[in-house]
Write a protein that binds this ligand. Structure first.
Ligand SMILES: Nc1ncnc2c1ncn2[C@@H]1O[C@H](COP(=O)(O)OP(=O)(O)OP(=O)(O)O)[C@@H](O)[C@H]1O
Length: 266
């Protein structure tokens, strides 16, 4: 983690026009609000992490940003165009890739078939440069996806998204069920590609410390609202503020639960 943090110096070549914006985004299910008043902007080459405890509204936010879940109010744009949940193909053509927490792969297809389908152009160099980041995948081309481990499937899902040369990559809980060692390899790999290729990245993550180490900015959601946001490096140094945002200031600082009992999230 220290390595990832030490290289967290901001995107190499940030194009300042935002790739993704949300203004006063409110979203939910069956008329019940789950997240409200989310405002954000992500530029090319920038990594934003959306953090927060279970049920905070992270996935709901990401689904709305990706156009999978229609917004109840507010506005989301990708490359200056309003997101239209009725036209997912158009959003994909514009370079949006969304990796859901169930990875969205076809269990009966092989790794190689996924990689071939994902390439926008018959460009072997692209495949090599993506697979260099995930060397374990290169040896598994003929393996059926249903027989891959969870970590291997996650690597494939990310590789498939990256092969399409996205302008915007959104990943929901990449670390779900993965060994910490794999997460420690994959998150910096995504950050490096984002920097090198100017991809705007939004991560929903439970590994708070690692997410902050690879991100440029982060926001913490709690009970459907943004309760803390800022530069990731600064938040990494101010873990008390992040923990307060997770647990609510003072919630654990009473007689029964001293600060020492408060679980660490960073
Ligand atoms: N399909 C759904 N129908 C109704 N309510 C839902 C649905 N999905 C999520 N919710 C509710 O919306 C709220 C936010 O859930 P969301 O999944 O966005 O949280 P999260 O921060 O991603 O949580 P976790 O870290 O546990 O995945 C929760 O109260 C949840 O119960």
């Amino acid at each position: 983690m220290a390595d990832a943090a030490s290289t967290n110096t901001g995107p190499a070549s940030t194009n300042t026009a935002p790739v993704l914006t949300a203004e006063a985004l409110t979203a939910g299910y069956h008329g019940v609000v789950a997240v409200t008043d989310v405002n954000l902007s992500v530029s090319a080459g920038e990594v934003l992490s959306i953090l927060g405890p279970n049920g905070a509204g992270k996935t709901t936010t990401l689904l709305s940003l990706a156009g999978v879940l229609p917004t109840m109010s507010g506005r989301v744009t990708i490359l200056g165009e309003p997101v239209d949940s009725r036209r997912p193909y158009r959003m994909a053509r514009r370079g949006m890739r969304f990796v859901p927490d169930d990875r969205g792969l076809f269990p009966s297809m092989t790794v190689g078939e996924h990689l071939r389908l994902a390439r926008r152009r018959p460009d072997k160099h692209r495949e090599h440069s993506v697979l260099e980041r995930f060397p374990a995948l290169a040896k598994l081309r003929s393996r059926t996806v249903g027989l891959l481990s969870g970590g291997e499937q996650q690597m494939l899902a990310i590789a498939v998204a990256l092969l399409a040369e996205p302008r915007l990559l959104m990943v929901d809980e990449m670390s779900l069920g993965l060994a910490p060692m794999i997460v420690e390899q994959m998150l910096p790999a995504i950050r490096d590609l984002a920097r090198a290729e100017g991809i705007a990245v939004v991560l929903v993550e439970q590994h708070v410390g690692l997410a902050l180490a690879v991100s440029d900015r982060a926001m913490v959601l709690n009970h459907g609202r943004v309760v803390l946001e800022g530069q990731a490096g600064a938040l990494l140094r101010e873990r008390d503020r992040v923990e307060s945002a997770y647990f609510g200031a003072g919630e654990f600082a009473d007689e029964e639960h001293g600060d020492a009992d408060r679980p660490s999230v960073v």
